[in-house]
Design a protein around this ligand. Structure first.
Ligand code: MN
Ligand code: MN
Length: 417
């Protein structure tokens, strides 16, 4: 209390001495804590709020919290907002891809993201890479194939809300199905990973001496004379035969993998399902193969709040699927920065930093939280305070003990407006 009072006096002194004599609104008060005060509410001369110089109205208006941060925002931190909407598409016959890696988004050290579209029959060619690939289907239908480390093949068809996970080094392919192909978002468990720099089967074939190919595959070298000399990445193929037919054709004596490489996240149980929304979780406890990536699909109703929390075990890579919202990230310093999110946007919260997400629109906000970790873990701010010594909490925050007693004890992840 003493500190707040002193700040209030300082602010009043500063204001009375200023050339513009209007009082500074609520400086160093609840909801407006900083000294010197920050935020538009503290501008006594509104000229100081305008942007008369060059700017792009359309682009700027999508980020109201950058233009007009809440007065509780303070300090700075590395940019935690990015967007597939602003990433150039690489378009080929059969589909396209665009990505946001650490090269574009410095904070994103643990995860890099790719947004990809395949037409019906469009093929992301047979390839592999050194990092694991986790994905969520956002549209349409797709067929995935993978071979595990015991030589057991796996093929499955996935649809909107489904996931796949390919462990690091496991060879795989993707193909869009009818009627309109697929769109999906990939998360690699390494921020520097590039979708445009994988190990394609075509490149290896083209860069192996023909006599070695002949020995390796047990057919005459001549049989390879028409192989592509460059990799294909994405190319247009025919819509494939029915799943059962392909599964039979791919079968191995080694059998089938112990656990599926695909998972229906949209059908996973709803955790803390309440009026405000719910969370659905896929990690190595229910999606057994996903040993390096855990995820939560969060649905937040209009006006509702994904409550204040942090994650103790990994950075959070976010992908926004539907609706609009704002997130504030809190760090030591103090630093608190707020950004707005729209469909196709990406957010990133470093391990252990506090954050909330509020639905600011009139439709459901659906976002995905992806972690480079085997388990989904979080710490809830209200749950922590509800399970701390009540008198300590009351004394720390100058709260009435009656108020502390009302803090939710099994706090839901999403609370209504
Ligand atoms: Mn891949
Ligand atoms: Mn979170």
């Amino acid at each position: 209390m003493k500190r707040v009072s002193r700040r209030g006096v300082l602010a009043a002194t500063a204001a009375s001495g200023a050339a513009i004599g209007a009082k500074i609104a609520n400086a160093a008060s609840f909801g407006n804590p900083d000294q010197p005060p920050q935020g538009a509410v503290n501008a006594t001369n509104k000229q100081g709020l305008t942007i008369p110089g060059p700017h792009d109205e359309g682009l700027a208006s999508t980020m109201p919290t950058f233009l007009d941060p809440p007065p509780t925002d303070v300090g700075s931190m590395p940019e935690f907002w990015a967007s597939f909407n602003l990433a150039q598409r690489r378009i080929q016959d059969g589909g396209w891809g665009r990505q946001v890696t650490q090269a574009d988004f410095a904070i994103s050290s643990e995860i890099s993201g790719v947004d990809m579209r395949l037409s019906a029959g469009g093929i992301r060619e047979l390839h592999w890479h050194q990092q694991a690939e986790w994905a969520i289907m956002t549209y349409g239908n797709c067929r995935v194939t993978v071979l595990d480390a015991q030589g057991r093949p796996y093929v499955a068809d996935v649809t909107e809300g489904d996931l796949w996970y390919f462990p690091a080094g496991m060879p795989h392919s993707l193909q869009g199905l009818g009627p309109d192909g697929a769109q999906f978002v990939l998360a690699f468990d390494n921020g520097v990973s590039s979708e445009f720099n994988t190990l394609p089967a075509t490149d290896w074939m083209a860069h192996t001496p023909p006599e070695v190919l002949a020995k390796n595959f047990g057919v005459p070298a001549e049989a390879f004379k028409n192989i592509p000399l460059q990799n294909r990445w994405i190319f247009q193929g025919k819509v494939p035969p029915p799943l059962d037919e392909v599964r039979t054709a791919m079968a191995s004596k080694a059998g089938v993998p112990e656990y599926p490489f695909t998972f229906s996240l949209s059908n996973a149980p709803k955790v803390s399902d309440g009026n405000g929304g719910f969370v659905q979780i896929a990690d190595s406890t229910n999606f057994k193969v996903a040993k390096s990536v855990a995820a939560g699909l969060v649905t937040i109703r209009p006006g509702a709040l994904r409550t204040m929390h942090w994650h103790p075990n990994a950075d959070e890579w976010q992908y926004y699927l539907k609706g609009t919202g704002r997130m504030t990230v809190f760090n030591a310093g103090p630093a608190a920065n707020t950004a707005n999110f729209h469909p196709g946007d990406i957010g990133y919260v470093k391990k252990g930093l506090g954050h909330y997400i509020e639905n600011t629109g009139s439709d459901d906000l659906v976002m995905l939280a992806v972690f480079r970790a085997p388990r989904y873990e979080e710490v809830s701010f209200s749950n922590w305070l509800a399970h701390s010594p009540p008198e300590m909490v009351a004394a720390t925050f100058n709260l009435d003990p009656e108020v502390v007693a009302r803090f939710p004890k099994n706090s839901p992840d999403v609370v209504p407006e």
